[in-house]
Design a protein around this ligand. Structure first.
Ligand code: 5GP
Length: 197
């Protein structure tokens, strides 16, 4: 497959991680972009595998060095995508998958739009927004997880609406009503995009 540069965003609880995991399992040439973050590891998350867990000082140093393709503050912590591993993966003919928030995706879209025509980031670029069927459905899913406090759920729901308001900026939108259908649609988007690189 031709190396694609895939950006996926979704409100928390829309099923983005499950869809990304399915892609990674089924496309051997797909690799996941490991973001940097200043938040603490959760559960069994490992440094260098789930995220590069950095101090705020180190993160800010990398911003100064212009090492990030994009970076944003999400739920009070810094998150960012390093440029170097993205170019490396594409050079090695791998597809790279970014799971980032709407602010980061907007920066990537802008960055890519200014690149010369033959840049691999522009050539393989595709961005996709995953929508929950409705805000009500998202609320049920978030409550069903039973992991978040009431305040966190309220915050995530108001963030979700703001994020969904920007979904029209993405090249593709998927409604994750039924996981199988949503996954098939995601594969279709990727397979078609790969043909036109
Ligand atoms: P979590 O802390 O739950 O792993 O991620 C919280 C949010 O941060 C998710 O919406 C995820 O998409 C976003 N995120 C993860 N990595 C990055 C990144 O490198 N850049 C940006 N802008 N957002 C990120």
């Amino acid at each position: 497959m031709i190396p694609l540069f895939i950006v996926i965003s979704a409100p928390s609880g829309a099923g983005k991680s499950t869809l990304c995991d399915l892609l990674l399992q089924n496309y051997p040439e797909m690799c996941y972009s490991i973001s940097c973050t200043t938040r603490d590891p959760r559960g069994d998350e490992e440094d260098g595998e789930d995220y590069h867990f950095l101090t705020e000082e180190r993160f800010k140093k990398l911003i100064e060095q212009n090492a990030f393709l994009e970076h944003a503050q999400v739920h009070g912590n810094y998150y960012g995508t390093l440029k170097e591993p993205i170019y490396k993966a594409l050079k090695e003919n791998q597809c790279i998958l970014l799971d980032i928030d709407v602010a980061g995706a907007a920066q990537v879209r802008h960055y890519v739009s200014e690149l010369p025509e033959n840049d691999p980031l522009l050539k393989g670029y595709v961005d996709i927004f995953i929508n929950p069927p409705s805000i009500e459905d998202l609320e049920i899913r978030l409550r069903g997880r039973g992991t978040d406090s009431e305040a966190t759920i309220e915050k995530r729901l108001s963030n979700a609406q703001e994020e969904m308001d920007q979904s029209g900026l993405y090249m593709h939108q998927i409604v994750n009503d039924d996981l199988d259908v949503a996954y098939r649609r995601l594969c279709d988007i990727i397979n078609v995009r790969a043909k036109f690189v």
